[in-house]
Design a protein around this ligand. Structure first.
Ligand SMILES: [Zn+2]
Length: 152
């Protein structure tokens, strides 16, 4: 049942949640699918019966790439051939997969052993005076050994 007091399932509402360092999803009350970022219409069953759900923030690394030549927005943040960054696909504990930035791993020494590493959500706030939005990222879970990969 839709909660009339809950914010609409918009990109702006999701970004506001990230700015509060919260990771919400939209759960379809018709088929149970969870969508991240949130969306107003379920792509699985086309229902509009969505509800906000909080997510654990726990995930595993499904795939990643090390980016040495990124878009201009990342170049402006100081990423380049000598300072690459990681972008990956993470599978949330609740099931959805999403594309996010990875932090806490060295993009200069990527290894397939990272696949399966337990991760936790982290929130990268824009630098003081920079403006912009809080970015969702994932980092190795506390105590996780990225080299241990799927064994963990
Ligand atoms: Zn659905």
């Amino acid at each position: 049942m839709a909660d009339a007091t809950a914010p609409a399932f918009t990109a702006a509402a999701w970004e506001q949640a990230l700015a509060r360092h919260q990771l919400p999803g939209a759960r379809c009350t018709h088929c149970g699918a969870i969508h991240v970022p949130v969306r107003a219409i379920c792509p699985a069953c086309h229902s509009q019966a969505m509800e906000w759900t909080s997510l654990s923030g726990r995930a595993r690394l499904a795939a990643f790439t090390s980016i040495f030549v990124g878009p201009s927005a990342m170049a402006a943040k100081g990423f380049d051939r000598t300072n690459p960054y990681l972008s990956g696909i993470v599978e949330l504990e609740e099931g959805p997969k999403l594309s996010v930035r990875l932090v806490g791993l060295d993009a200069r020494t990527p290894t397939l052993e990272w696949i399966g590493t337990p991760l936790v959500a982290t929130f990268v706030d824009p630098a003081q005076g920079e403006g912009g939005r809080t970015e969702l990222a994932f980092a190795p879970a506390c105590g996780a050994d990225p080299a241990a990969g799927a064994a963990g």
